[in-house]
Design a protein around this ligand. Structure first.
Ligand code: FBP
Length: 552
């Protein structure tokens, strides 16, 4: 057992704030169908694939008689993908909901993510276990994993495990890929005549599992606050030391929500937004120019320092790099065996240079060798490039240096450019959840229990009105299929939940875009400080600036 700090002990005593309706007896919480939400695209194809799940209405929970109230339930929960602060509170909320309904209810946790369900690796979740993890970060109570349930054998084994434990429901806590898997599992169970529900819970620090009904995925708030504290500290160090430009790459996989939130929190000098780079079709050179113009302008004021924020997915959004990555993906999809048989990275780089189409090969060759190697590394189980392993900040630093040397030779720049590079990612994924995430996750777990109790399969827990106090939150659920579309992946059409990227006409981006020219020159950083768990609600409970601006 970990030796506990005073804060660790104090967090056990925190009582999450919940929507008002959850304080009612379970017998007085009714599921109310609202509108039918249809997927925006590919309706006919999705109707064919999800014959049993398509066309269900969204639900919300309100006052009224609950005919299932005292039913004891057997539920299995699994945590899937990267950790996000608050996962343990989802389990606490689910456990407390189950026990509030009936003391005879039982919760088991599948160990190590979806593979635990497939291989029947589980542990009993008891009151003592839950109490040892309340309001703490991490996913270590049951562990997590990125296994994708995709083969007929895996589906069959998953159903077998669920039947073996007499489960009424399986709760899948995960991001877009894991919830896509949850939808497929729900359909598979229904096709095979099983009434076992599959319920999703929206998790990911990346913030890209969102829509009108899912206002935020959990973990985003805590992760961005952790990063913003560190960025704020660096912003204070920069004018103190007056000698470095800090290039900070931020986790978030494809979407730039994390970078955007951190920009709003800290007012760093330059923040790149991948979605804008793609929309404007910017070349790598143009991206570099954005940074270089701030460096030169600040240098002219005598300020040879600054802070640049880089979303980790940037590289995939620069059109020429995107073409290169697709070229590598295509090669690896067809020739992975040959490629993996090569003795080392030198041979692998040579293979790529030789086998890629000429334009892509030229670009590949022009990149620093480290980046070439990182582009060749293994894909994750969902076939995605492991962007957290590509050191885009170092690529940009080397290109900025080249541009500045040229500018200096042309008499356009006489400053001194020195730099530090940082990557902030894993530091934020297991922090003690903010009060917002602790409250939100507990409420999501409780909502998942209510969805299971009412037999809603193929639904994801949804809590709306998140910018208001927790008592005014609106819990409910929406059908997972309504969030899906068809994408071409690994050579075939697959139903997937579309990643929600930063919207360039959305309020948070527009707010940022209206101020960034000022921030590029200014040294008037905003210093958010560390996460506060105790104190005035304005400091402890405020949701992310993204949510506040969106809902303003
Ligand atoms: P999820 O989508 O599973 O929530 O994971 C998010 C994330 O933290 C990304 O931001 C990052 O690119 C990736 O996981 C890193 O994955 P890993 O933990 O496998 O290194």
């Amino acid at each position: 057992m970990l030796e506990r700090s005073p804060l660790h002990n104090a967090r056990f005593a925190y009582i999450p704030k919940i929507p008002e309706i959850f304080a009612s007896p379970i017998a007085a919480i009714k599921a109310i169908p609202t509108e039918v939400i249809e997927p925006r695209q590919d309706k006919e194809a999705l109707k064919r694939i999800f014959e049993h799940s398509f066309g269900k209405p969204a639900m919300k929970f309100g006052s009224g008689e609950n005919i299932f109230a005292a039913k004891p339930l057997q539920v299995g929960v699994l945590l899937s993908g990267g950790p996000a602060p608050g996962g343990h509170n989802v389990i606490s909320g689910l456990f407390d909901g189950l026990k509030k309904g009936s003391n005879a209810s039982r919760l088991i946790g599948f160990k190590g993510g979806p593979s635990g369900l497939v291989n029947n690796s589980f542990l009993e979740i008891t009151a003592d276990l839950v109490d040892a993890y309340r309001n703490t970060g991490g996913f270590d109570m049951v562990g997590s994993g990125r296994t994708k349930i995709e083969t007929p054998e895996q589906f069959e084994k998953a159903l077998g495990t669920a039947k073996l434990h007499n489960l009424d429901a399986v709760v899948v806590v995960g991001g877009d890929d894991s919830n896509t898997n949850a939808a497929l599992l729900a359909e598979y169970f229904a096709i095979h005549g099983s009434s076992i529900c599959v319920v999703g819970v929206p998790k990911t620090i990346d913030g890209d599992l969102r829509n009108e009904w899912i206002e935020s995925s959990f973990g985003f708030d805590t992760a961005t606050r952790t990063y913003s504290e560190l960025i704020g500290n660096i912003c204070r160090d920069a004018p103190s030391g007056r000698k470095y430009w800090h290039f900070i790459r931020l986790m978030g996989r494809s979407a730039s929500h994390i970078a955007l939130e951190c920009a709003l929190q800290t007012r760093a000098n330059v923040t790149l937004i991948s979605e804008e780079v793609a929309a404007k079709g910017m070349s790598l050179g143009q991206v570099v120019d954005t940074i270089v113009s701030s460096v030169i302008a600040r240098s002219a004021k005598g300020e040879d320092f600054g802070v640049v924020l880089i979303p980790e997915g940037l590289i995939e959004f620069v059109p020429e790099m995107k073409t290169l990555i697709s070229g590598i993906n295509a090669l690896l999809a067809h020739e992975e065996k040959d490629f993996k048989a090569l003795p080392g990275i030198v041979e692998q780089r040579a293979y790529m240079k030789q086998r890629l189409p000429s334009e892509a090969s030229r670009l590949f060759t022009s990149l620093p060798e480290d980046i070439q190697a990182q582009l060749c590394w293994d894909r994750d189980p969902h076939g995605n490039v492991q962007v957290s392993r590509i050191e885009t900040e170092k690529l940009l630093i080397s290109m900025v240096r080249q541009r500045l040397s040229k500018a200096a030779a042309e008499g356009l720049y006489s400053g001194k450019f020195d730099y530090q590079s940082h990557f902030l990612g894993y530091e934020g994924r297991c922090a003690f959840p903010t009060n917002f995430d602790a409250d939100y996750c507990y409420s999501l777990g409780f909502t998942a229990y209510l969805l299971a109790l009412n037999g809603f399969t193929g639904y994801i827990a949804s809590i709306r009105n998140l910018a208001s106090p927790a008592s005014e939150w609106i819990p409910g659920g929406i059908p997972l299929v309504s969030m899906m579309n068809i994408e071409h992946r690994h050579g075939s059409d697959k139903p997937v939940i579309k990643k929600a990227l930063v919207e360039l006409d959305g309020k948070p981006f527009r707010h940022f875009a209206a101020q960034r020219d000022k921030w590029a020159l200014s040294t008037d950083y905003r210093l958010p400080g560390g996460i506060q768990y105790f104190g005035p609600p304005a400091i402890t409970d405020a949701p992310s600036l993204t949510l506040q601006i969106e809902r303003s």
